[in-house]
Design a protein around this ligand. Sequence first.
Ligand SMILES: [Zn+2]
Length: 268
Amino acid sequence: MFDPLLLNAHNPGPMTGAGNNTYLIAGARGSALMIDAGVGDAQHLADIESALNARRARLDRVLVTHGHRDHAQGVSALAAAYPDVTFSKQPWPGQDEQYAVSWSPLGEGDVVTAGGEPLTVLHTPGHSPDHLAFWHETSGTIFTGDLVALGSSVMIHSSGGGNLAQYLASLERLRALDARQLLPAHGPTVDDPRALLTAYLEHRRVRERQVIAALRAGHSDVPAIAESIYDGLDPALMPAARENVRAHLGKLESDGAAKHEKGRWILL
Ligand SMILES: [Zn+2]
């Protein structure tokens, strides 16, 4: 039976909510796999150890959805505790080297065995260039990393390898799978994937129309566009709002709908 166990990574904070979700999948033959590594918190490691003991399982492999620290930093602590573990992710040159393990590369179309069951690897860039999701077709489950988070919105850092157009294509791709549940890296399980993914896509379409309207109204730089859309927003949240505007402008530019010229954004 395919029964992923959620283990909280014990790293609560403004960017991680209650702490990252990691998932342990153990099979009948004693082999266990984890999705995401957390940050190496002692309580997380203790929870992993007792879950493995309860299942008489050994940890063989850790899949990392993407290279952001809250998902990947824990690999060194896991490597110290379980020296035979294989760590796998989609390569992200320039980022992966910060983690002191030797990564085994994973990519689109690979099939990994988890708890005796096949997991298909989907390359789903946009939140980050190396982002992977893992699809268990029989149960209709997708491990979605940072593609969705119930009750909040996902950050697309254009300056850090994020790409909104790719992100939207990844959401469309997940929606087309007609999954029964999404297991994200932050927040609760998503029991109605189609409704949530549709709402996410619609939300971004609305924002895009707002950015176009702001450009049309003569706002031509990121702060002015953000002010005009997010008027009255808590100032602490403004940097995130500006990052979001930047992501939309990048998409409009790649769509050929806007361009950046002499420090000003203009509609084409
Ligand atoms: Zn992330």
